[in-house]
Each structure stands twice: as structure tokens, then as C-alpha cells.
Design a protein around this ligand. Structure first.
Ligand code: DSN
Length: 419
């Protein structure tokens, strides 16, 4: 008995792999120390991380609860069924698939479920705030389907629904896709539904960015209006890195078949368990209050930056993010993001609508408040950070000044530890 080779199962990460352990420690420190304004990032709870790091990662469970290809699935079935039931209640959807590994995969499954190869979709231009999977020329979405892009109005920098309507009438798309990754305003799903109905198109919403804002009640809910809704689970939603698909009952079978076996094999059961935890948290009143604070914080920050003379695309924000046009202060997004990093503030460069600069330089930065709000920061902190952003951007070559701001931002971060 017991003459086999023992596995290293009982040793800690630090003992087995000091290099990866050190990298995770450094990443943890970086997350704690930085003022994080990346609009798509957040800090999930310890409970979510525990589920994500659990033994459920060891289990193969191709199929769906009660209908698996492998034995031994009774407990992962419980986890997945809880995730499905909670998401259905949270979003008020007929049907939910919680297996999508990523937002891109969720969108791919939705397109393949709703469309045939070569069918046409009308979706928002990435250059105006859309997403790669909404038809960018290098993405699968434009290779598999015929994509017509809509965008924002040059003056208002808000979605131009009249032009969208005209494009829909002209091109008769099979599917209209709403949703964005860098759009600070309310999306009018009701208008989109009207347009879709007029031209006989299906309607899909990708709410990866605004899922939490919708649950918080500050953004209209697309679920009652759309055929399919996709979302990631790690942005405003504050769960593990992954995604889900919500749909009307009539599309349920096709969505499930497209996720598995269409584009995925074994589901990530540890991530699905963590999604279940996230959905439970999102049903709480403190979660909703946090989402409302995210939006209040974004408004305060946008107003504070505007009062300094920076131009906020579309004049402000209705959600968790804003785009800052750096053209008036003669900076590129690239230089601004690097400068802010030196000052202890993490952001990403971002194209603005009708940007004359190439995407790798860009004319803007995208700022979002979910991560700082999760740390407990409020209006005073937003005003302070906005002030230091402006200060840093006016002193891009002044290393001493940037270092002083960095120390101040570190002090601020330390006062609001990641929960
Ligand atoms: N990369 C995500 C974002 O930052 O918005 C979109 O997929």
C-alpha cells in the first residue's frame, strides 16, 4: 500500500513555485498601491476568490446540470444550478447560460445562435466606443458576418439613432447589437427595439460594462426588450473573470448548444461557482448602493476634470466611465496614460469619436470609478484624484512633481484597502 510517487498536492504555492508566488505577491501590492481608474476593472470579494480558487477546478462537467458526459457531477451541478437560478432572478431573464468563459465567447455564441454565416448585423463602431467583437475588421465577428457599423453624432458625441435607423432601413440587418466598451451615456434600448422591429431584426445587448449600473437602477434594463443579452462578470458586476448569456426562452436551446458543444468544451466549474457567489452578492442592498455610488463618483470626477478645463467627451457621463479628450492640452492618450502611471494612477489610453490619431497613440484616456468605489471612496476622493490627474497632465516632464503625486496617491490608496 502507498508505494506510489506522492504528488506535491499538500505544498503551498510559495513552496512549489516561488517565482509565481512572488509575482502574485507583487501584483497584490500593485493593486493595493495604485489608484485604479481602468473602467473595466474591479476587485471581487474574498468569497468570490475562494470559490474561484476551490477544488471545483478539478472537475470535468461537459454538458449542463443533470445532463453531463461525466460522472461525479452532483456537487458541480448544485453550484451551476445556483448560479443559473440566481442570475435568472437577478436579471429577470427567461433563460441563463453561465458557462461562457469570456465576453468574446458569449458574443460569439450569441451570434452563431441567432445568425447564419454571412448574415448581416448592425453594431457600434469600435472607434466610437463599441467593442472588438462588434465587427472590428480583425475580429471573427466581421469575418463570419456582414457588419454594418453605426456610431455617435459628431456634435453631441451620443449615439446617432436617426442614422442608425436609416442604416437599418437601408441594410435590413438580421441582428442589431447594442452595447459598448467606451460609451459614457445611457443607451436607448427601447429605441433600438423599435428600429429592430421595423426592419425585422433580432436585438442583442452586450452589457459587459454596464451590468452593475443596470442592477443599481441607474441605467434602463435591456433584458425585457432584447432577444439576447450578454455580459462579462468581472467589470461593474464585480465577480470572477468570465461571462454569461441571458435570453428569451425561444433562443434557449440554441444558446446552450452554441456555448457547448458549439464553441466550448468543459466548463470552468470553479469560475461558475464564483459567479454564483457574485450573483448572490449582487442581490444585496449594499451592492446596489455601491453601484449607485459608482455613478455618483463618475459624475463628480467628470465635473471636477471639466472645471479644470479638460474636455469630457459628450460633456459628461451617465454611467461608470468617462472619456477625456486631451487634444486641448496637446497630449496624446499614450503619453497621458504613461504619465499618470508615474503618478500612481492607472488608466488606459482610448480613442475618442472621430479621433484623428492612430489607436496606439489616441487622443483620449478612459476613466472609470468602479474599482475606487469598491474600496469605499466617495466624492471627496474623486475630487482629489481629479485634481491630481490634472496636475500630473500639466507636468508630464516634471519627475519630482509626479513622484510627489505618486506618494500622495499611495497614501490615499492605503487609507482605502481593497476589501
Ligand atoms: N477589454 C475590455 C475593456 O477594457 O473594456 C473590453 O473587452
Amino acid at each position: 500500500m502507498g508505494a506510489g510517487v506522492p504528488a506535491a498536492g499538500g505544498l503551498s504555492l510559495e513552496q512549489v513555485d516561488p517565482d509565481i508566488f512572488a509575482a502574485t505577491q507583487r501584483e497584490s501590492r500593485r493593486q493595493n498601491d495604485a489608484i485604479n481608474l481602468i473602467a473595466s476593472e474591479n476587485y471581487c470579494s474574498r468569497a468570490v476568490r475562494e470559490a474561484q480558487g476551490s477544488v471545483m477546478t478539478n472537475k470535468y462537467a461537459e454538458g449542463y446540470p443533470g445532463k453531463r458526459w461525466y460522472n461525479g457531477c452532483e456537487f458541480v451541478d448544485q453550484a451551476e444550478q445556483l448560479a443559473i437560478d440566481r442570475a435568472r432572478e437577478l436579471f429577470g431573464a427567461d433563460h441563463v447560460n453561465v458557462q461562457a468563459h469570456s465576453g468574446s465567447g458569449a458574443n460569439m455564441a450569441a451570434y452563431y445562435a441567432l445568425l447564419k454565416d454571412g448574415d448581416r448585423m448592425l453594431a457600434m463602431d469600435l472607434a466610437h466606443g463599441g467593442h472588438l467583437t462588434h465587427g472590428h475588421r480583425l475580429n471573427f465577428s466581421s469575418r463570419a458576418f456582414d457588419v454594418v457599423a453605426y456610431g455617435v453624432d459628431r456634435e453631441t458625441e451620443r449615439i446617432d439613432y436617426d442614422t442608425m435607423h436609416a442604416l437599418a432601413v437601408e441594410h435590413r440587418p438580421n441582428l442589431i447589437v447594442m452595447g459598448a466598451s467606451a460609451y459614457p451615456r445611457i443607451i436607448d434600448f427601447a429605441r433600438a427595439r423599435e428600429i429592430a422591429d421595423e426592419v425585422g431584426a433580432l436585438l442583442m445587448a452586450d452589457i459587459a460594462h454596464i451590468a452593475g449600473v443596470i442592477i443599481g437602477g441607474d441605467h434602463p434594463d435591456p433584458v425585457p426588450l432584447c432577444d439576447v443579452v450578454t455580459s462579462t462578470t468581472h467589470k461593474t458586476l464585480r465577480g470572477p473573470r468570465g461571462a454569461l448569456v441571458l435570453c428569451r426562452e425561444e433562443h434557449a436551446k440554441r444558446i446552450d448548444r452554441q456555448i457547448f458543444p458549439g464553441i466550448q468544451g468543459g466548463p470552468l466549474m470553479h469560475t461558475i461557482a464564483a459567479k454564483a457567489v457574485c450573483f448572490k452578492e449582487a442581490m444585496g442592498s449594499d451592492y446596489k448602493e455601491c453601484q449607485k455610488q459608482v455613478v455618483r463618483n463618475a459624475k463628480v470626477m467628470a465635473d471636477a476634470l471639466a472645471s479644470k478645463g479638460l474636455r469630457i467627451v459628450s460633456g459628461g457621463t451617465d454611467n461608470h466611465l468617462m472619456l477625456v479628450d486631451l487634444t486641448p492640452i496637446d497630449l496624446t492618450g499614450d503619453v497621458a496614460a504613461t504619465t499618470l502611471e508615474q503618478a500612481g494612477i492607472t488608466v488606459n489610453k482610448n480613442a475618442i469619436p472621430f479621433d484623428p490619431k492612430p489607436p496606439a497613440k489616441a487622443s483620449g484616456v478612459r476613466l472609470g470609478t468602479p474599482a475606487l468605489t469598491t474600496r469605499g471612496m466617495g466624492a471627496d476622493e474623486m475630487t482629489l484624484v481629479a485634481d491630481r490627474i490634472f496636475d500630473a497632465l500639466r507636468h508630464v516632464d516634471d519627475e519630482q512633481r509626479l513622484s510627489l503625486i505618486r506618494s500622495e496617491m499611495l497614501e490615499l490608496a492605503s487609507a482605502f484597502p481593497i476589501p
